[in-house]
Each structure stands twice: as C-alpha cells, then as structure tokens.
Write a protein that binds this ligand. Structure first.
Ligand code: GTP
Ligand code: MG
Length: 335
C-alpha cells in the first residue's frame, strides 16, 4: 500500500497548486506592515541606547526569518555585555523606560523560562516581546532566512504547513505539539532530501560566516545570492511538495530510529545521538536536531499523548491531499 502511495498523485494537482499559491499570497505581510515593524524597532533602539549606549537590538523569530504571516507580533533580542548576571534588573528597568514613553501593556515577565518584556505600540498597533542575550536565536533566524532566499518553494511550503498547524491546533508547544521553528526545520530538511535537491546543505559547504556563541560554533556558507538557481533542476510544484511532505510524515518517516538533521541535510540515527530513551522530560518521540545546538531536540516537547495527535494529523492531511475532492477546505478546517 505504501509503495503505491509514493507514486500516486492526484489528477487535479494544478488546481490545488493555484489554491495553495492564493493562500500563500493572502498570508504574506504587506510592505507597509514591515515598514511599521521597522519604525517600532527604531523607536525601541532610540530608547534603549539612551540608557545603555553599548546595547544592540536584533529582530529574531518569524518577523526576521521571512516566515511570518501578516499581523504577527515581533520578537526582539536585547544584546549587551555584562548583563547576563542580572537579566531581571535590566528587564525591569527596560519596562520602566518603555512605560514612560507611553508604550502600552508593558509587562516584565522575569520569572519565565525565557524572561521577557511584553509591549504594544499604540501608534502602529504592533505587539512585541523583548528578550535578552539570546544570540543563538538571532543566528538561527539568519540561517532560516538564508535558506528561504535560495528557493521560493521553501517559503511557500512552510507557509502552508504553518497555516495547517495553526488551524489544526498542532503549533502549541505548551500542549506538546511543535513550534513554528520546528516545522520550518522539517520543511528545510524535506527540501534538502528531494531528488534533485531543492535546497543545499549550507553547513556542509565552505564556511563564509562563522560566530561562536556560548561555546557553540555556528558556521556555514551564507553567500546565498550565488545559490539562487540551486533547485531549478527540480520542477516539482508547491502542491506536489505539500502532498509529499505530509506523505513523508504520515507513512515514511521512521519515528523509532531516525532524527532529521538540517545540519547534515539528511537523517541521523537516534542511537548515534543517544536519543533512544527518555531522559528527564525529553522523550524523543519525534526527533528534530537543532542546526547549532546539537544536543537540542525540537521534538522534546512531544509526549506520548501528543505524538498520537501529531501523527494522526499528518495522516489526516495525507489522506485529504490524496483523496478529498475539495482538499483545501478540508485541510484547513479548524479542529
Ligand atoms: P510564529 O510566531 O509562529 O510566526 O513563528 P516564529 O518563527 O516566531 O516561531 P517561534 O515562536 O517558534 O520561535 C521564535 C524563535 O525562537 C525561532 O525563530 C528561533 O530563532 C528561536 N528558538 C530557538 N530555539 C527554540 C526552541 O527550542 N523552540 C522555539 N519555539 N524557538 C526556538
Ligand atoms: Mg514569533
């Protein structure tokens, strides 16, 4: 049955393709929205540098990795030396400064796993979170953005997958399903493994960009403008890729033994990573290696209940894409 499925694709795939592209277009944020985000960042930079002249602000997460939908919040990282010892104090001070400048809903969450200050700008209507010294997130944001630049099909596929995950309720790490970051890594790895490949493995190429953060070396080929036609030998449409993506996660991925790895552009064995058993809260039921923090499994949030939910959702999506006469309506039906 599985072997047959791999080669079968629907007759009306072109219609489905048009529908997916329309959804993708409708989710892209408008230029004026990106301009407003920039404006807010500039305001925040001005306020921060008055108090801490050596501090820098960086955007990270979806607002900076090109996988953001319209009306997204922004994620900002405040980077300054010597502040690691007392993050809480700095964040509380920052909250005071933002409040004094009339930003709304300002809240310092200093007890959270990742301490942040929340804010809303009444002028642009944009909300945001500011965290501190999370430089690895800034660097993995750049890696995702660089991959997106190489072939537009990554951004299209990831938009459809994220949209599916949000409407089906499987993009909620606090409930044991996967983060947007994890889904984008799954899309990158999937496109690295198409034949012919649609994406290269940037960390397997000549190093043109290298930084070391908290003893983690982050190095890869970042001259992506030279790779713009990398995937052109593969002519698969977005509908074919969405179909094959869900097909892979429903029927082909080896959940017992495999780890997907963007760093190597392939899969690794759980045994080689020593991810075969539960250690603490890490159960490794679906394994997605972080490209830089190699001991970090983005699937660690998944538990024995939510793995079933996830796998049933992958199978549901694969079935719909294979057989449903109106797949788009059904695929994105709220759960
Ligand atoms: P949306 O907010 O859903 O549009 O996507 P996002 O890309 O902002 O996603 P998310 O909130 O999942 O992640 C924000 C950023 O945090 C990512 O882009 C990464 O740079 C960084 N990050 C690093 N490690 C992790 C991790 O283990 N989990 C999550 N969620 N994010 C991580
Ligand atoms: Mg975000």
């Amino acid at each position: 049955r599985n072997a047959k499925r791999q080669t079968v694709c629907r007759d009306d795939i072109n219609k489905l393709n048009t529908e997916f592209l329309a959804i993708y277009d409708s989710l892209i944020p408008a230029d004026e929205e990106k301009a407003k985000q920039k404006k807010l960042l500039t305001l925040l930079e001005k306020l921060v540098s008055k108090e801490w002249p050596d501090a820098r602000l960086h955007l990270y997460g979806s607002c900076a990795n090109s996988f953001d939908f319209s009306k997204s919040d922004i994620d900002v990282c405040l980077v300054m030396e010597a502040a690691n010892s007392d993050k809480s104090e700095v964040l509380l001070k920052l909250a005071d400064i933002l409040q004094a400048d009339n930003l709304q809903n300002v809240q310092a969450l200093t007890g959270a796993r990742v301490p942040i200050v929340k804010l809303m700008d009444p002028v642009t209507g944009i909300s945001g979170d500011i965290c501190m010294n999370n430089v690895l997130a800034v660097v993995n944001t750049k890696l995702l953005r660089d991959y997106a630049y190489i072939d537009v099909r990554l951004r299209q596929l990831a938009f459809i997958v994220k949209h599916w995950a949000k409407t089906r309720g499987v993009n909620e790490t606090y409930r044991g399903t996967l983060s947007s970051y994890a889904y984008v890594l799954m899309c990158i790895n999937f496109l690295q493994q198409r034949r012919p490949a649609i994406l290269p493995c940037l960390q397997g190429m000549r190093v043109t960009y290298s930084v070391t953060i908290d003893n983690v070396e982050c190095a890869y080929f970042d001259q992506v403008e030279k790779l713009r036609d990398f995937g052109s030998r593969n002519r698969e449409s977005i509908a074919q890729l969405v179909w094959a993506f869900f097909h892979y996660w429903a029927y082909c991925h080896d959940y017992t033994n495999d780890v997907i790895s963007v760093r190597t552009g392939s899969t690794l064995s759980k045994r080689a990573k020593d991810w075969t058993r539960r250690i603490g809260n890490d159960r490794h039921l679906i394994c997605i290696e972080d490209p830089f923090e190699l001991s970090h499994d983005l699937g660690r949030v998944v538990d024995k209940y939510s793995i079933r939910v996830l796998r049933e959702e992958f199978e549901r999506a694969a079935e719909i894409l294979q057989y449903d006469p109106n797949p788009c309506a059904k695929l994105f039906e709220p759960y």
